[in-house]
Write a protein that binds this ligand. Structure first.
Ligand SMILES: Cc1cc2nc3c(=O)[nH]c(=O)nc-3n(C[C@H](O)[C@H](O)[C@H](O)COP(=O)(O)OP(=O)(O)OC[C@H]3O[C@@H](n4cnc5c(N)ncnc54)[C@H](O)[C@@H]3O)c2cc1C
Ligand code: SF4
Length: 330
């Protein structure tokens, strides 16, 4: 690992100033991703700014919904009574990720900024446009079983690994940011993560030195009917092959609103908008869920080793919707 300078930031403005002034500086939150990347020489910061003592950890009700501190721990967000009661989809998604020990360290902001688990990205001896722009993509013609089926480009076929972010995408969350110079800004979740295009090195639209201070989720009526389904190779310590965050608002026996987001299928949380539109005004039957899944998955473009994800995605959408519809009965 390359030697680096460690600085403990006293508050958010100080942390933002320190990172924004040095292109090779990084914020250190829980460290569960950054430190691994540093040990593998994928990330080589010369300055690490510890933000763990900054008090941006509160979870509080707002007039619009709820605000979750960017530096709060994943465990605390998942277990907070307000989140469990009003946003059970988020609780389920967080608890589907990593392990208890990692969730105790991992922060909410850090979770959104974790980097892809593409093995070629982690192996500094392999070409990878995300790690080293212009070097090529080892996965495009390589072992791409875990990779994208939506929105990929010739430069990168990686997927974004977070579970928490898939629920936040379905719930139309907003990321609150402190920028250098003291300005505060908000990025809607749909615009926060990026597709790879020609710049796969950029995972998000967050600028260097910008700090995630909070994540806001608007009020909704999805708590009664929501479910996070994660399909993976092992029951623990495994990232999603495919995941689906599903939420329904019912009006009698008709779907008034539907939210669906998928993980493990794209470079960003994949909002299944076609499927959502097809569900509105329909009865919550298996046949209607299947029509919605077919419409969404018809656009999938699998790679050589991940064709199975198309059928898996289709079945996962149907099952997640069934579980969401029946979740008030369990
Ligand atoms: C073995 C293992 C299994 C895992 N399994 C899963 C899984 O199944 N599902 C899942 O979703 N995740 C999984 N994870 C990933 C884990 O959830 C992330 O590593 C964690 O959420 C990152 O949070 P952190 O606070 O530790 O971030 P750090 O590692 O400290 O930081 C990550 C990045 O975010 C930046 N950063 C951190 N906080 C901020 C902020 N507030 N503002 C701006 N930049 C910031 C850092 O500079 C760094 O670039 C797993 C991790 C491990 C090690
Ligand atoms: S898929 Fe993306 S992260 Fe993986 S090798 Fe290709 S460029 Fe790198």
């Amino acid at each position: 690992m390359k030697p680096f300078k460690y600085i403990n930031a006293k508050d958010a403005p100080a942390a933002v100033k320190l990172v924004s002034e040095n292109p090779n500086a990084r914020f250190l939150a829980g460290g569960t991703n950054l430190l691994d990347l540093m040990k593998e020489n994928v990330e080589q910061p010369d300055e690490v700014i510890d933000i763990t003592r900054i008090a941006l950890t509160q979870i509080k009700a707002t007039s619009a919904g709820v605000s979750i501190g960017g530096l709060g721990k994943n465990t605390d967000a998942a277990n907070h009574p307000m989140i469990r009661q009003n946003y059970p989809l988020l609780t389920q998604a967080i608890l589907a990720g990593a392990s208890g020990q990692i969730r105790n360290m991992a922060t909410n902001g850090g979770n959104l900024l974790q980097r892809t688990r593409c093995p070629y990205f982690y192996d500094v001896n392999m070409p990878c446009n995300k790690r080293e722009p212009g070097s090529g993509c080892g996965a495009l013609e390589g072992i791409n079983r875990m990779h994208a089926i939506f929105g990929w480009s010739e430069t990168c076929v990686a997927v974004f690994p977070s579970d928490m972010a898939i629920a936040l995408a379905a719930l139309d969350a907003v990321v609150k940011i402190q920028s250098p110079g003291g300005q505060e800004k908000s990025i809607p979740f749909a615009d926060f993560h990026r597709l790879p295009g020609d710049t796969p090195e950029k995972d998000t639209n967050l600028g260097h030195g910008e700090l995630i201070t909070a994540i806001e989720i608007p009020k909704n009526n999805f708590a009664e009917h929501s479910y996070y389904l994660k399909v993976r190779d092992r029951a623990s310590y495994a990232f999603a092959l495919v995941s689906v965050a599903a939420a329904l608002e019912m009006n009698g026996n008709v779907i008034k609103q539907a939210r669906l987001a998928m993980g493990g299928v794209a470079h960003k949380p994949w909002r299944a908008l076609k499927a959502e539109q097809m569900l509105v005004g329909k009865e919550p039957t298996e046949a209607n869920f299947k029509l919605a899944a077919d419409a969404e998955m018809a656009e999938a473009k699998p790679l050589e080793h991940n064709k199975f994800k198309v059928e898996l995605g289709n079945r996962s959408i149907v099952l997640a919707l069934q579980m969401a519809f029946n979740s008030d009965k369990s």
